[in-house]
Structure formats: structure tokens, C-alpha cells
Design a protein around this ligand. Sequence first.
Ligand SMILES: Nc1ncnc2c1ncn2[C@@H]1O[C@H](COP(=O)(O)OP(=O)(O)OP(=O)(O)O)[C@@H](O)[C@H]1O
Length: 264
Amino acid sequence: MLEIENVSRTFPARRGLFGSTGGVRALNQVNLSVSKGESLGLVGESGSGKTTLTRQILRLDTPTSGRILFEGQDMAKLGPAALRALRARVQIVFQDPYASLNPRMSVHDIVTEPMLIHRGKLGLDRRQRTDRAAELLELVGLGPQHLYRHPHEFSGGQRQRICIARALAPGPSLLLLDEPTSALDVSVQAQVLNLLIDLQERLGLTYFFISHDLGVIRYICDRVAIIFQGEIKEEGRTQQIFDAPKSEYARSLLAAMPEVRVPD
Ligand SMILES: Nc1ncnc2c1ncn2[C@@H]1O[C@H](COP(=O)(O)OP(=O)(O)OP(=O)(O)O)[C@@H](O)[C@H]1O
């Protein structure tokens, strides 16, 4: 479904008030692939290149070299129509559900907005969009009675469910999950992770799951890639990485977290 081939991204040197910074090689020859229906976890400390890689997959940024194929198509070569279609097929859920929802919009408007943006592809009229929003709310464990409420009326976990419903609205096949539970209480984290597992099974979704929480990665991901200073240090089946990490860096990362917490 997703193939990342020899992707590098270098940011040029910048001159600022306090002197100039050298160029930053944020990604260096990254190779990764994710199959349909699989969850790949990307783990790395702050500044390791996770956001930069995510931006390449969303085509918000372009690699300096290398290429990314989504469903067999080179993302850099997509024309405007194909790019619009791609935007519906690849969706993202962000870390902070408090910052991700417009407080002035009702849940109905939040969840139907992507259907409106992609109405050419989805072909849903107003009534059908509302029906679909109600279905999506149900799918994420919130009843349709919440449709006309506003974000401030919901808890963090409920807000993240709304964000997930919005991400599902245009019918994606790939979800980028950028630390989707790290802003939530621990008890709520497990509920949201279980919802994600359930949705993946029901809808056949593919997940690219970014986290620095190894417990969460272990719980949800089939495979894990460990990134450090823009390079993939190790990649493999989750169990194998946790039981017998090969690289020095993976070993030190696991050793630094003796108590890998697995949600209930
Ligand atoms: N637009 C940019 N211009 C210059 N340097 C950048 C830019 N974006 C990212 N970088 C640099 O690239 C490197 C990787 O950053 P990135 O944001 O991808 O890391 P990250 O793993 O997502 O970190 P975090 O977990 O803190 O979000 C860092 O050194 C960062 O300073």
C-alpha cells in the first residue's frame, strides 16, 4: 500500500538574528513499506524525523531525493485530480484533540466537512452526508444524539473519537496516527486504542502509527521501525524487536524503558 524508497529530506541552511544554522538532514535514505491492513509503528525521540516523514506521506512536503509510492503510484507525479483523490485516501489523526477541533463548529459540521471537500468523489447530498455523519459517530462509539453538540461539551477521549470519525469521513484506506493517545488519560488511552484496533478489523484500514510510547506501539502494531537522526536503525515484527532487538540503538531505547506499559 505504501512504499517509501530511499527518501531523504535536507533543509537548507538558514540565516537568523543569532547567526546561521547549517543544513539539516532530517531524513536520510529511509526505506519502509506498509502492506494493506497492517499497522506499522514509527518510534523515535524528539527531532528524529517523524514529523518530516509524515509530511512527505501526506505530500505536504517533497523529498529531496527518493520516492513514495501510494497504492503503486509515485506521489510526486500525481496531477491535481489524482492528488485530490489521494487526499481522501490518506487521512491523519493528530495528538491533541483539544487543538484539532474548531470550537465554533458542531460535530455535524466537523464530520461532514471532509465529505463536502470530497463531494466530487463521494457524491453525497446534504441529507446523505448527515446520515453518514451519524453512522460514523456510531462507529466510533458516540451516539447520533451528539451530532449538534460542540467540541467543548466532550471529554478528551470523546474528542479524539470525533477526530477519528472526521478522518474516516472521506473513506480513507491509510490512517496516519500521530501520537493519537498521548494527550489522553491512561484509562482513556486504552479505550481509544481498542477502538482503533476494532476499526482496523472492521474497515480493513492500514495504520502508520507514530509514537514514542513503546507500550502503545507494542499493543497496536504488527511491525515497528525505529528512527534516529533521520535514519531507520531497525525495522521488524513487533515481537522480534521487543524480544531480540538487533541494533545498539534499539537495545538502548528498550533498556531505557524497563517498564513497558501495556494498556489493559
Ligand atoms: N522546516 C524545517 N526547517 C529546518 N529544519 C527542520 C524543519 N523541519 C524539521 N526540521 C529539523 O529536522 C529534524 C527532524 O524534525 P522532525 O520535526 O521531523 O522530528 P520529530 O521526530 O517529528 O520530532 P517531535 O517528536 O519533537 O515532533 C530536526 O532537527 C528539526 O529541527
